[in-house]
Design a protein around this ligand. Sequence first.
Ligand SMILES: NC(=O)c1ccc[n+]([C@@H]2O[C@H](COP(=O)([O-])OP(=O)(O)OC[C@H]3O[C@@H](n4cnc5c(N)ncnc54)[C@H](OP(=O)(O)O)[C@@H]3O)[C@@H](O)[C@H]2O)c1
Length: 242
Amino acid sequence: MQLTNQTILITGGTSGIGYELGQSLLAKNNKIILLGRNRQKLEQAAALGFETIVCDLGRIEEVEAAAVRIQNDFPDISVLFNNAGVQYNYLFTEEVVAPQKIHQEIQINISGQILLTQLLLPLLSTAEKAMVVNTTSGLGAFPKADGLVYSATKAAMRNFTVGLRYALRDTAVRVLEFIPPVTDTGMTSGRETKKMPVSQLISSILPQLEKERKIVTVPAMRMFLWIAFLFPGLANRILAGK
Ligand SMILES: NC(=O)c1ccc[n+]([C@@H]2O[C@H](COP(=O)([O-])OP(=O)(O)OC[C@H]3O[C@@H](n4cnc5c(N)ncnc54)[C@H](OP(=O)(O)O)[C@@H]3O)[C@@H](O)[C@H]2O)c1
């Protein structure tokens, strides 16, 4: 699918991977709708030519309102990037966290995006060609000890992606999974590990998106997925840095 002259919604579009993706796609003559909670960042983006929607994906009524706004103002939407995400790092077995924290991670990373997808599918299905791209994580293939809930949400989105792809196989809607490597964004700030610059990530994935690869990612992540599948113990040691 050519990513030009499309109407594209990006959740988690106010920063990091979503914002950089939005910038690149805006430069390719697409109409880009950024969805997020941060009003100030959305106002700045609007001044640069983006369309914007304020929405907390953790709140069902806000997701429903966002879908109505899209039906009214952007009925020609053809691409949905379910990219928003939060990651709370804590040792699940040692630290008791507020129930709200567990609930929020699940609401934002899974429920909100699944609901948005369902509400937008009727519109996407009217496009000549359409695409749903779900951002997951290598941690959805193999969990890390200090991010068990996050890992589980990404595993759920991987499973949802495969299921949705099969459910839509006889339609013009393609369903892709996007797996970023560790990337230099707000989510990974303070981490010592090697991080990919976000601009480098986006330029490497754009051709894959246009080729509609089922899994859009970088070569090292493809290798990790195989390791996690074939040698889970080794994947565990890689994530633990041993
Ligand atoms: N960075 C990495 O190394 C990495 C690796 C693998 C996967 N990922 C995934 O890549 C995606 C983008 O992450 P990033 O690294 O770009 O992180 P980021 O810079 O922290 O961006 C996260 C985005 O999610 C949005 N968001 C958070 N809570 C939200 C809510 N309740 N409702 C609506 N939007 C919400 C934020 O917007 P507001 O603050 O405006 O709400 C922000 O735009 C996430 O799904 C993440 O899990 C990242």
